[in-house]
Design a protein around this ligand. Structure first.
Ligand code: NAD
Length: 363
């Protein structure tokens, strides 16, 4: 039997992984304890995603906290060497939350990942293991790159190679402002590499920029595009933190990211580290994203500018995915920025979601 194990299976990436892998495996095993609601309150609730997963015939859910080493171990022991692929997405994704709850953040992101890696080592050593890391491991080092300020965005200097290709994996990692979230994710990222490089497990580390999609329960503390579309649909105010709203991110649809994982699984390279993102074509500044959303909803979005940028906030990140594309030439992103915005708009405009949002926004 071929089994895929997906942690964080009710979250954005996890849900898309479940849906895309259900036809490709005999059994899809999901681990999620609904922690996103605990982290972010009702706006972060992912129980709707969890209900969607529960009707997939070959999906089996385990309500497990990845901090619980014994519970994680018993799940992987149960399925053993039938597990061919593990996609580890469960995590605490917010910088601000991590600052307030450093120990909990480290326990979820760093120790939780070690629990998964160690259980995999013991019970399904030959499985491919995908770790969803983040470009935040580099902290604010990208702010020292030569940048230019344009009308609506920061960008790399036209003479710098990053302007054309984005940032590659040679970016240094040390001596930076990183946030506690960046620290816990980097710890897990390095540990995952070690299980690949040192022990020979088929571990791949994907350092992602902004991942998005209709199933993202975006909140102020995490998931800026999803949160922005949500606010736009509900008619609520949107807050911009610093940099004049010109900070730039590239965005990747969760489905395109999951397809990267699949390509890696077909031909894994132990300990490989890849940047994953949408690249220049799918980049936008916050100001540009607001303008696009105003077009989608057909009205202005009330915006509040807060002068202070978030700690270690990067002015411009655009991902270079050439290393991955060179190793896996079969992969190309399918969804453009407008596709992502339209799918989120359709989701949040649906009657149920809107009703729920109005209750949350207006009490
Ligand atoms: N979304 C992004 O923009 C982005 C960017 C870079 C990296 N990442 C990383 O990718 C991964 C997936 O991101 P996402 O956007 O799908 O996140 P998400 O918050 O939508 O999903 C994470 C899921 O993990 C679950 N979870 C959290 N703590 C848990 C615990 N202790 N035990 C079991 N389940 C737990 C949550 O309930 C949630 O359903 C995360 O590790 C995140 O750090 C995300």
């Amino acid at each position: 039997m071929d089994i895929v194990v997906i942690t964080g299976s009710a979250g954005l990436v996890g849900t898309e992984a479940v849906r895309m892998f259900a036809p490709r495996f005999d059994l899809v095993v999901g681990l999620d304890n609904g922690m996103r609601r605990t982290l972010f309150g009702p706006d972060g609730d992912v129980s709707g995603n969890a209900s969607e997963m529960s009707v997939i015939p070959n999906y089996r859910h385990h309500t497990v906290d990845i901090r619980d080493a014994a519970a994680v171990d018993s799940v992987l022991r149960l399925y053993g060497s039938d597990v061919k692929l593990i996609v580890h997405t469960a995590g605490q994704p917010s910088h601000d939350w991590a600052t307030e709850r450093t120990l909990d953040d480290f326990a979820i992101n760093a120790v939780g990942t070690m629990n998964m890696l160690e259980a995999a080592r013991r019970h399904c050593f030959d499985a491919t293991f995908v770790y969803t890391s983040t470009n935040k491991v580099y902290g604010d080092i990208p702010n020292s790159l030569p940048l230019v300020e344009l009308d609506t965005r920061w960008d790399f200097h036209p003479d710098h190679p990053y302007r054309r290709h984005g940032i590659d994996e040679s970016m240094p990692l040390d001596v930076t402002n990183r946030t506690f979230f960046g620290v816990s994710k980097l710890s897990a990222d390095l540990a995952a590499q070690e299980y690949g490089r040192h022990l020979g497990m088929k571990v791949g580390v994907f350092r992602c920029s902004c991942i998005t999609g209709a199933r993202h329960a975006g909140v102020e503390l995490h998931g800026f595009l999803s949160h922005l579309v949500r606010r736009a649909v509900a008619g609520g105010e949107y807050k911009i933190f610093g940099h004049g709203g010109k900070q730039v991110r590239d965005n990747i649809d969760a489905r395109d990211l999951v397809e990267m994982f699949w390509q890696f699984h077909l031909d894994p390279r132990p300990g490989a580290v890849y940047h994953a993102g949408g690249g220049q074509e799918r980049s936008c500044s916050v100001l540009e994203a607001v303008a696009k959303c105003e077009q989608l909803v057909g009205r202005p979005i009330p915006v509040r500018y807060l002068p202070e940028a978030r700690f270690a906030d990067v002015k411009c990140w655009i991902t270079d995915t050439r290393r991955f594309r060179q190793d896996y030439p079969g992969w190309q992103p399918r969804f453009g920025l407008d596709d992502m915005l339209e799918s989120m708009h359709a989701h949040w405009s649906s009657v149920d979601a809107l009703r729920e949002e109005k209750v949350l926004t207006h009490g």
